[in-house]
Design a protein around this ligand. Sequence first.
Ligand SMILES: N[C@@H](CCC(=O)N[C@@H](CS)C(=O)NCC(=O)O)C(=O)O
Length: 288
Amino acid sequence: MDSSSNDNNENISPSAAADIFTPNQEGEEAQALPASWRGKPSALEPVTLYSWRVSPPAAKVRTLLRLFNINFQQIDGRMPGSKYRKVPVLLVGPGKFQINDSFAIAKALCPVLTGREMPATECELEKAITYKLMVALELQVFQSREDFLKFSAQFSKTATKDGFFAKAKRCMLITMHACVLQRLAPNMIAKRYPDAKGGKESASDVLSLLKKFRDAAPDRKQFLSGGNQPGVLDASLFGAVAVFVECDIPFVKEMLTESGFYPTWYESIKTRLDGDVFGDNLSSSVSK
Ligand SMILES: N[C@@H](CCC(=O)N[C@@H](CS)C(=O)NCC(=O)O)C(=O)O
């Protein structure tokens, strides 16, 4: 995919944006956002996030936007009319550039949020979090009925305020979906993401890489990207694991504790999100 910059396109209309900005596929990088947005997070607004409450990749993007104080509207569900049928999908800027996939979103937003391109090492770690760690954790959770039930219980809640009947219908659909999912999903996931095979082992490989990266520079002891403020990798790691931690899946907490990301690092990010990991209290959430 062409990653050349869309200079001077910051004020174009959504229909013109569709002509010059082709939404990426999963695993592909997005086209670069206008170079004049670099270091200017407010240039991203208005921002719309299509997400599901307990989707780990959606949690990655939601955490990124919140840690960098970006105002955004959160819509529960897939983006209507989009060829890309997964969440998260992010629309940014007056031109409504559409970016798909949490890796592509983190990479494309990095220069705008931090003023610098994502360095190659961080890019590799971001990929490992997205296509290996997050998927490996899901795969492992599917293998234990107890863990899976805890995880799927969270699906019955939405980030938006549904009425009683909408809640009951959602609950029923999700229970049926969960039964089918636990049988079919592990093979499907393992085929689609070969790097995530082996569940626990793959997840702990990624956590070791992140630990090494953090420990290689003294100022990364607190936050992965260095300095006092959490960076893009902090948001991504937190989002990837938070859903599992909050669903109280024991092996995830154990792994994070072993690699030194729990409880201090985890809790410090959670505090920055006012303890609201799922974004339930965001005023801008909309049900489809
Ligand atoms: N690599 C993608 C994964 C996205 C993904 O698999 N999202 C799931 C929810 S967790 C989804 O939308 N699944 C719907 C489907 O596969 O139809 C990312 O990091 O954004």
